[in-house]
Design a protein around this ligand. Sequence first.
Ligand SMILES: Cc1cc2nc3c(=O)[nH]c(=O)nc-3n(C[C@H](O)[C@H](O)[C@H](O)COP(=O)(O)OP(=O)(O)OC[C@H]3O[C@@H](n4cnc5c(N)ncnc54)[C@H](O)[C@@H]3O)c2cc1C
Length: 507
Amino acid sequence: MTAALAAAHHGLSAVVIEREKVYGGSTARSGGGLWLPGPEASTYLKHVAGDEVAPARRDALLAYGPEVLAFVERHTPLEFARVPGYPDYHPEAPGGLAEGRTVEPRPLDVRRIGVDRETLAPPYRAAPNGMAVTAVDYRWLSLGMRHPRSALTAVRLAASRFRGHRLTMGQALAAGLRAGLRRAGVPVLLDTPMTGLDVGEGRVAAVRSGGRTWRARRGVILASGGFERNEGMRREHQDLGTEWTVGAPGNTGDGIRMGRELGAALDLMDEAWWGPSLPLTGGPYFCLAERNLPGSLMVDGSGRRFVNESAPYVDVVHVMLGRRTGTPHLPSWLITDRTYRDRYLFAGRAPRTPLPRRWFDAGVAHRADTVAGLAASIGVPPEELRRTVDRFNGFAASGRDDDFGRGDSAYDRYYGDPRQRPNPCLGPLSKPPFHAFALVPGDLGTKGGLRTDERARVLRPDGAPVPGLYAAGNTSASVMGRGYAGAGATLGPAMTFGYLAALDLAE
Ligand SMILES: Cc1cc2nc3c(=O)[nH]c(=O)nc-3n(C[C@H](O)[C@H](O)[C@H](O)COP(=O)(O)OP(=O)(O)OC[C@H]3O[C@@H](n4cnc5c(N)ncnc54)[C@H](O)[C@@H]3O)c2cc1C
């Protein structure tokens, strides 16, 4: 949508085609955070993205990101605000910032989008009673009633219902972009799957959808998301299936497949925007604050910890999958005690409220009055789990995790409990009953795809562009490489490279 908006405002005639009956894809499901700093983030991005990403692409992201934000604010009803204190995901790395760089959409009055509210794709999880919850709010809500800001946030949100229906996070982002397209006269055709690309006179010249064809005078920008919902592609490239993704249902890798058929190179196909997730009966739940809050730890089948639980979600799953060491840590369990359950929101469930029976029936959740009983229930050696908990409780008392450094990073602490001393991420597991929750390597979508250059042109293995073909978002291999710079590091680049593709077409 950003690409089409930029194309329209640069004098081109654009059309967006969308296979679903609703628009917005994963973007509408998302938190809507955008990581779009300027060139001052160069050292940091180089550190995060690593050597697999061409420096010219990193530079292009940083050179144009702020311009994209300003462009979108100018041509849509969207306004963006800083998410205060949400750190870069590696704030202690060279150039990283503990105060963060993420922005998010301000709540958007649904009346600003008119009829397009009817066809907006649903959020991943709707806030109760239509409350307008932002990313900033989520942080405080996760703390239950532990902090004055938590209570204030809950009261303000409850009252905000009387201010009319407002969209937040990815709902606001997708709807705001759609509104900008309507203003610019760009059609968005729903229920219109791209089924093929036609080549003519040596370049990509048309898009097919069933029997219909759109001739592309300048070119085609593929922005059809990743392949998180394509079982065959996931098995081929990742040795995993589709059941643990929270990406949009329509993201079956069509753009990647069609680009490959035209000779494009693929990169990072074994990667995803991973995150430890609860395989709940109604679908996976992507854990954010749940791993950072005190009174919780993670173990594998040996009953031992294996990771800094509070590390950024992509990094935790890299360890779960054994990507660097060759030793996976699956199954994984999140172990918690009663204090944790009494204090904090858990997977959207208010503190102290009973957890659904079906979670226990499905084996996703286990409960026991002793650590040994819990170990027996999940099939890990009881004496090992006991040792792990005892050692961890020592760390909680001293405030130092000597094994994995949990709470050392400002990122870990962001979702910790500020009232927990001395370390906001470390609290003892001492009060029964204890819980264990299964954790699986889930994802927000895949991040490998078509190789592109700094103008978002799709490239062949020899580095030559496929004439007339561009890609942005998860259809392209990410400018973040195997890393994740900060909240918004998928959507910020997706919008920027869509914008750059349109500029290139306009030129
Ligand atoms: C719960 C959740 C929270 C997230 N939070 C954030 C966040 O705060 N910040 C961030 O940066 N990222 C976040 N992400 C990740 C981010 O949402 C995605 O990486 C991003 O939306 C991908 O954008 P995209 O344009 O590539 O794909 P999408 O937004 O998924 O759009 C792709 C569209 O293409 C359509 N399509 C697919 N195939 C075809 C076809 N053949 N023909 C026509 N249309 C087709 C799909 O139906 C879809 O609508 C989150 C994701 C989720 C699920």
